[in-house]
Design a protein around this ligand. Structure first.
Ligand SMILES: Cc1cc2nc3c(=O)[nH]c(=O)nc-3n(C[C@H](O)[C@H](O)[C@H](O)COP(=O)(O)OP(=O)(O)OC[C@H]3O[C@@H](n4cnc5c(N)ncnc54)[C@H](O)[C@@H]3O)c2cc1C
Length: 404
């Protein structure tokens, strides 16, 4: 809904300088708001800021405050091709001297995010090494903004010196991600099992599992990736899945690796736990449309639906998810193109380009058929050419996609 009232400048706090927080900061500033980003880490990147220092971390990730944010393991390569990942006005191009692969390693995405920050001058908005401990509505009439809108108190602690700072903002955008805090399955015997148990949040490299018998619980992308790299060092790897209906690609790996076995879930004596990590299929453009909408709602260019309409919609959403058997903890997994397109319509953000959708589907099909090789062998050349000739890739010059 477009409103007549426009251009109200707000003082906004964004919590987190990962892919969502950065694009939120960019959109908020573009809309004329004053923005401060509070980031607990020393750099931007969120999950993509790889951190090997997991020794001090609770192996099961049960601590209320995690010491390490990133759950990225050393060998991780993107599951989606780089062409579909970029924000609408900043394609994820190949750069000279960098990882030029279509499914690059995790560091390449961190470098892309750093480039994005530099290009749009976002670093100056970020207060690093600052952890937000509390966000709450300010009390009292004196704290009310113009028009009676509530204000927000944000309490943060600096990592160096531990100084607590309390500030008041007109609005807060929480962009802290949802892949760090581990979710643990309830498995009988888990509490009394004495040998090594860990969550994939603290998994980095396969070496500590040399000659061990390892059970990997969770047959999603990370579970499969990690199992495949463990077979080279572990004595046996048992991948525990919810269903024995597995992809052709995984069957091939199992047939090839005599020490890799797949089972239906129900282990009593595991030595390694992994959480299922599902990913938003095309995250970055979706984060961008969310950011645009937030910025425009705050400036008054867009109006939110009425409270009743929102509550009705929330109820319908949960009912539909429940009917489809999706657990509430997966509420944020809304990986479908239609949802992203409908969302974009709220703020006149373009629909996902057809080539983006098709390249994404092609990668999913390839990974199903060839789990080990899909990142290096593909047959979507025509789609790729279509992408390179699209406005997304030619906005920085006709050959930007190919220039090194
Ligand atoms: C193993 C793994 C593989 C993945 N692979 C892919 C992939 O191939 N493709 C893909 O598109 N996505 C993938 N993802 C999803 C990935 O999470 C998203 O790409 C993206 O990082 C989400 O961005 P975000 O900004 O929402 O959250 P995050 O990247 O998690 O960033 C959140 C930021 O908030 C900060 N923060 C958190 N709490 C606080 C606090 N209290 N105070 C201050 N700062 C705080 C964090 O330090 C961090 O910088 C993967 C995720 C995982 C875990």
């Amino acid at each position: 809904m477009v409103s007549e009232k426009v251009s109200r400048c707000r003082r906004v706090c964004v919590v987190g300088a990962g892919p969502s927080g950065l694009v939120a900061a960019r959109e908020l500033r573009k809309e004329g708001h004053s923005v401060v980003v509070l980031e607990q880490n020393h750099d931007v990147g969120g999950q993509w800021l790889y951190d090997h220092r997991v020794e001090g971390e609770d192996a099961m990730g049960r601590a209320p405050v995690l010491g390490v944010h990133s759950s990225i393991y050393s060998s991780l390569r993107l599951t989606s091709p780089r062409e579909i990942m970029g924000y609408s006005d900043f394609p994820f191009l190949v750069r000279r001297g960098r990882d030029a692969r279509r499914f690059p390693g995790h560091r390449e995405l961190l470098l892309y995010l750093r480039d994005f920050c530099d290009w749009f001058g976002l670093r100056e908005l970020v207060r690093f090494d600052t952890r937000v401990d509390y966000v709450g509505m300010a009390a009292g009439a004196a704290e009310q903004g113009a028009g009676g809108a509530a204000k927000w108190v944000v309490r943060s602690t600096g990592k160096t010196g531990g100084k607590v700072v309390e500030e008041t903002y007109d609005a807060v955008v929480v962009a802290i991600g949802h892949y760090s805090q581990p979710w643990l399955p309830k498995i009988t015997g888990m509490e009394v099992w004495k040998r090594r148990q860990m969550h994939s949040h603290v998994y980095r490299v396969p070496d500590p599992f040399r000659n061990e018998v390892v059970v990997v619980v969770g047959n999603s992308l990370s579970g499969q990736d990690i199992s495949i790299e463990l077979v080279d060092v572990a004595k046996e790897v048992h991948l525990s899945a919810k269903s024995l209906q597995i992809s052709e690609g995984l069957s091939k790996v199992i047939n090839k690796c005599p020490n890799l076995h797949i089972h239906l879930q129900g282990y009593k004596t595991p030595s390694l736990f992994l959480n299922e990590v599902s990913i938003l299929v095309i995250g970055f453009p979706f984060f961008e449309s969310q950011a645009k909408w937030i910025a425009q709602v705050l400036s008054g260019r867009r109006a939110l639906p009425s409270r009743d309409d929102m509550m009705k919609s929330v109820k319908e959403f949960y009912q539909a998810r429940e009917a489809a058997g999706i657990p509430q903890r997966n509420t944020h997994d809304i990986a479908d193109f239609e949802y992203c397109d409908r969302y974009a319509e709220h703020c006149d953000f373009p629909h996902l380009e057809e080539w983006r959708k098709q390249l994404c589907l092609s990668a999913l099909r390839n990974s199903d058929a060839d789990l080990e090789g899909y990142r290096d062998r593909y047959d979507d050349e025509e789609l790729l050419q279509e992408a390179y000739q699209s406005a997304h890739f030619t906005q920085f010059g006709p050959d930007a996609a190919l220039s090194l």
